[in-house]
Design a protein around this ligand. Structure first.
Ligand SMILES: NC(=O)c1ccc[n+]([C@@H]2O[C@H](COP(=O)([O-])OP(=O)(O)OC[C@H]3O[C@@H](n4cnc5c(N)ncnc54)[C@H](O)[C@@H]3O)[C@@H](O)[C@H]2O)c1
Ligand SMILES: O=C(O)[C@H](O)COP(=O)(O)O
Length: 410
């Protein structure tokens, strides 16, 4: 007689933070998951640890920091979902070492960011931010000086990924000439052209927009040295991450009058909540648009993200698929109707696969199908079996030296 060792769906606990869209709740409930702890706000410190200590799945956006220390307080954690693009707020390596795949929504808010940036380019090229601030103060300064159409102007995109390339298409539609700099060779869309160096891009662009991830290579990508190479009267936009622009250097170049203006949606330090004040030396400039990290905050984007990441959770929980995980070997799996499925996450070391296969010989369980993906540090193997005797196989799998996590799906 087999003991059921797969967790009942009602016992699998989801903790969703930062007001992720209700589509996520609907999708999880429709898939039979009812144990959902939903929080409208971000949590930190003890509140975060209390909320996640018995969670199997955690859903966050960009404001929740899942450090190694925080992850250590969530021993039951099976997966993390970033209901956004950025995953820099999660210690991806620590999660992987604990056998925890991290999912995100790599496309769903990209259009929203691209639209915001295009709007800001037009607004800045017309000096609307400054005119708006002046009129609010009662100053009627009707002038064409320093106000230009975007048609025929050069847009320089730094980072030609999902957002940068969409911005490229939108900008060409309003007549801009698009150039981009990326560390990888990228297929240019439309008439866009890749340039060989960042300095070249900065010197030729009337508008510059950053669309790179936060990592060591992008820290202060725009800094005092290269901001001085930016074309006179250019505009600079950062809707990527706060760490990619050196704010002091930007302040200096704005104060000198060299730039026409700037727009920033992200900052090195962002207030944790609406109750905390935002303070920045950039607040002094009328020609700088400041927004509270809302590039991806549209109804359309949030709705799509809610269902996208929830379905990744469901697929991993129901079927073991890690497709599109950002820190984990990706295994795409067919449904396992009529078969039991065992999942084994292990340190990638020589001989471990032999030991895994030996378990099935010892437990007298016939393997129907096996799927394996590895990276240099971990391996993820999924084994479908037709036998009922999975509890013995699972017990033996858990004893293998190097096992990080093992579970069975029915
Ligand atoms: N403001 C917001 O609300 C908001 C919303 C969505 C995404 N974002 C941010 O935007 C970033 C970009 O998003 P995406 O979907 O376009 O990412 P992406 O991964 O599709 O594209 C990033 C591009 O940057 C390039 N790149 C990486 N390092 C580089 C470097 N040092 N120099 C030049 N190019 C480099 C990559 O090769 C890639 O082409 C995200 O990582 C996220 O941090 C912000
Ligand atoms: O990484 C992202 O997708 C953006 O920064 C948006 O993050 P948010 O959902 O926390 O606004």
């Amino acid at each position: 007689m087999t003991t059921k060792v797969s967790l009942d769906k009602s016992k699998i606990k989801f903790v969703l933070l930062e007001g992720v869209h209700e589509n996520a709740l609907d999708a999880l409930k429709a898939a039979g998951y009812t144990n959902i702890d939903y929080h409208k706000k971000a949590l930190d410190g003890e509140d975060l640890i209390n909320a996640i200590k018995d969670a199997h799945f955690i859903g966050i956006r960009s404001r929740t920091f899942l450090t190694e220390e925080v992850l250590a307080q969530a021993p039951k954690l099976i997966a993390i979902g970033c209901f956004c693009i950025g995953t820099n707020q999660v210690n991806l390596d620590a999660a992987k070492r604990r056998g925890i795949p991290v999912f995100n929504a790599p496309f769903s808010n990209t259009r929203s960011v691209a639209e915001l940036v295009l709007g800001e380019i037009i607004v800045l090229m017309r000096q609307i931010a400054k005119a708006n601030a002046e009129v609010h103060r009662g100053l009627w300064n009707k002038s064409a000086t320093g106000s230009n159409e975007v048609r025929g102007k050069n847009l320089g995109i730094i980072g030609y990924g999902h957002i940068g390339s969409q911005l490229s298409v939108l900008a060409e539609a309003v007549g801009m000439r698009v150039y981009f700099y990326d560390i990888e060779n990228k297929l240019p869309l439309g008439n866009a052209q890749q340039v060989a160096s960042l300095d070249e891009l900065l010197a030729m662009s009337d508008a510059i927009s950053l669309h790179v991830p936060e990592n060591a290579s992008t820290k202060n990508l725009l800094n005092a040295t290269n901001l001085s190479k930016v074309k006179k009267d250019a505009v600079v936009i950062n809707a990527a991450r706060g760490t990619v622009v050196d704010i002091d250097a930007l302040v200096e170049v704005l104060a000198s009058g060299h730039l026409r203006g700037a727009a920033l949606d992200v900052f090195p330090e962002e207030p944790a909540s609406i109750n905390d004040p935002f303070e920045s030396p950039l607040c002094q400039f009328d020609n700088v648009i400041l927004t509270p990290h809302i590039g991806g905050s549209t109804s359309e984007a949030q709705a799509n993200i809610g269902s996208e990441v929830a379905h990744k959770f469901i697929k991993y929980s129901d079927n073991g698929s890690t497709l599109s995980a950002v820190n984990f070997p990706e295994v795409s799996l067919p449904e396992h109707k009529g078969a039991k499925r065992l999942l084994h996450i292990h340190t990638n070391k020589p001989g471990i696969l032999n030991k895994i296969n030996q378990v099935f010989v010892d437990a007298n369980v016939n393997i129907a199908a096996q799927y394996l993906q590895t990276d240099p540090t971990i391996g993820y193997v999924v084994i479908d079996v037709e036998s009922e005797n999975t509890d013995e196989a699972l017990r033996l799998l858990k004893q293998i030296d190097g096992t990080i996590k093992a579970r069975v799906l029915y």
